[in-house]
Write a protein that binds this ligand. Structure first.
Ligand code: AMP
Ligand code: MN
Ligand code: MN
Length: 325
């Protein structure tokens, strides 16, 4: 934390010196995005500040158990017509990851950008970017400690959820000694670690499992066995009754195959665009591949949105992965 002391100090000052905030995270929020949004909201309430938490779309259903998650405004269902001068972005690698929430930023908006993606371009007025952190939640834990604020069980549960989900259950290479230390401290607050693992990592809905089965049926493999991919489109969703968030995790299956260096999931957004999720076994820096297409992420987990039809997008991405292999 010492190395980022100046940034922590600035972040603290930003939170303390203003009175009203907008807290946002990235489109299609994952566990870290939702948890970090809630924790910043909780921190602001501790400071006696007013704030609104917003996301471009809905919060995944299983995150309902996190306290105050129902307070995160889903802009797609509840448009807001005010704008805000003081914005806190969490877990957003770049400005466009904030999606339509950026329409709520006033022209003179000051942004505090708190994130852990190495591809973060420092789009904030103030930037608290800690690449070494496994999750934005880890940075928030340090910020709260830095500010001398005592956690409660709800905030500890949210922080633990962010750590748990971004480390794949404390298994990925970002699971540093500090992550374990932080998780250990959070457990001391009474966080139900096994319960959260069961809910966020183990449990599947039946439609979700059917979607996985269907996607894996179409699994493809490059000739050299180093790249494997699956695709999902709207028809797969409607045929199985699965919802958008059920796609999360599918990308791990192609990546898990022995010998595969890069696993890919292509999600057809519409006729003109495809979202690709990338996972690396370690040799290939998929953040670089994603950045090539205007996306970003981490060395071993990254994503991008590409314009074009599915076949064309698959060809372009695979070509780029091969160039990195
Ligand atoms: P995903 O494949 O969506 O689970 O994302 C994997 C990682 O890449 C996460 O850390 C995301 O925050 C990041 N990521 C995904 N899509 C993008 C994008 N379009 N731009 C920047 N980062 C992304
Ligand atoms: Mn995220
Ligand atoms: Mn994250």
């Amino acid at each position: 934390m010492q190395t980022h002391e100046q940034e922590f100090r600035q972040a603290q000052q930003f939170l303390k010196e203003h009175d009203q905030f907008l807290v946002v995270s990235h489109v299609q929020p994952d566990g870290d995005a939702v948890s970090s949004t809630l924790v910043v909201g909780w921190l602001l309430s501790c400071l006696g500040k007013k704030y609104v938490m917003v996301n471009e779309g809905p919060i995944p259903k299983r995150m309902d158990i996190l306290e105050n998650s129902e307070d995160i405004v889903d802009l797609s269902r509840q448009p807001l017509d005010e704008t805000f001068d003081h914005i806190i972005c969490v877990d957003c690698a770049d400005f466009k990851r904030t999606g339509k929430t950026s329409l709520l930023f006033s022209e003179r908006a000051c942004i505090l950008n708190i994130d852990h993606h190495p591809t973060n371009n420092g789009f904030g007025t103030f930037n608290l970017i800690v690449e070494k952190a496994a999750a934005t939640a880890e940075i928030l834990f340090d910020l709260i400690t830095f500010m001398g604020i005592k956690l409660n069980l709800a905030a500890a549960t949210a922080l633990y959820t962010g750590l748990l989900t971004d480390t794949g259950g404390f298994r990925y290479s970002n699971t540093s000694p500090k992550v374990m230390e932080t998780a250990s401290k959070l457990l001391e607050y009474g966080v139900d670690g096994p319960g959260l693992s069961e809910l966020f990592l183990e449990q599947m809905t039946f439609p979700q499992l059917k979607l996985l089965t269907r996607a894996l049926n179409g699994l493809q493999m490059s000739g050299d066995g180093k790249i494997s991919w699956v695709t999902v489109d709207d028809e797969d969703l409607s045929a199985t009754g699965a919802i958008h968030e059920d796609m999360e995790g599918i990308v791990n299956y192609p990546r898990n195959i022995q010998g595969v260096e890069v696993g890919l999931l292509f999600k057809v957004i519409d006729e003109t665009a495809v979202k690709v999720s990338m996972r690396s076994a370690g040799k290939v820096d998929v953040a670089r591949v994603a950045q090539h297409f205007g996306g970003g992420g981490h060395v071993r987990a990254a994503g991008a949105r590409l314009e074009g039809k599915l076949d064309d997008v698959i060809r372009r991405v695979i070509e780029q992965v091969k160039a990195e292999l």
